[in-house]
Ligand binder design. Sequence first.
Ligand code: SF4
Ligand code: SF4
Length: 290
Amino acid sequence: MILAVASGKGGTGKTTVAASLALSWPGPVTAVDLDVEEPNLHLLLHPQTTGGQTAYMEVPQARQERCTACGACAELCQYKAVSLLGEVLLTFPEMCHGCGGCLAVCPAEALTPGQREMGQVLWGRAGELAVYQGRLRVGEAMSPPLMRRVMAKVQADGAAAAGDVIIDAPPGVSCPAVTAASQAQAILLVTEPTPFGLYDFRLAWQAFAPLERPLAAVINRAGVGDRKAYAFCADHGIPILAEIPYDRTVAEAYSRGVPACRASAELAGLFRRLAQDCQALVGGREAAHA
Ligand code: SF4
Ligand code: SF4
């Protein structure tokens, strides 16, 4: 199964949970950092990078001398990434979403395929654990195409067929977060029992529930704040699979690059149980692939 570890906002402990889950998983597993704008899973897993490739998006290049100024491309493009200024053909590669529509409709071959660098897809290992990550190019505004490229590499390498996959999703509820969640068969939402945490948790539930994936919650920093997040889960049928105590040792371990599951025997047991419960979310990998 593919599990996305997500959160309505940054700083809830999502990456801490994703890393510790991957290290506690009872079977073959691949960890994927899809938070391509700010990947940090490697800070806890410390993988040895064994390969990488630059990912590109196909964008149109103008051939002014062929253009008849018919306007078909500009009319089609929803992102205004190709347009006509009088009879001058203009392309704006940074605004292009790479759909290829303008190239397809041009009757004069006045647009040719070019490339825009999106970023890097990197892979490696941390012991038994396979680790993939994307790194968005500085200045690149669109992360979903690179995220899909990372997942395509994971699939091409057979990682999803050989075991389970844990995605560290981008925080928030915008397009990148939904892109990550939509790649998964189950979603684990990490939240904290504070008013801010509940506000963003509610937004996350509203964003991800329509995907109709099994969805569960982890309460991080349990013991601070109030019980409203628990009530929200009860009201909406969201199972709480674990409560990670508000504990200085977790923060100290994080600051040293040590995953929470290795901070204490108690936390090691907590994450082992959480991993088993996550597998049960979709009835185990075998059932999911049946
Ligand atoms: S490829 Fe798609 S998004 Fe890009 S310029 Fe052409 S129509 Fe617009
Ligand atoms: S569709 Fe082709 S010929 Fe027509 S305006 Fe666009 S680039 Fe020019």
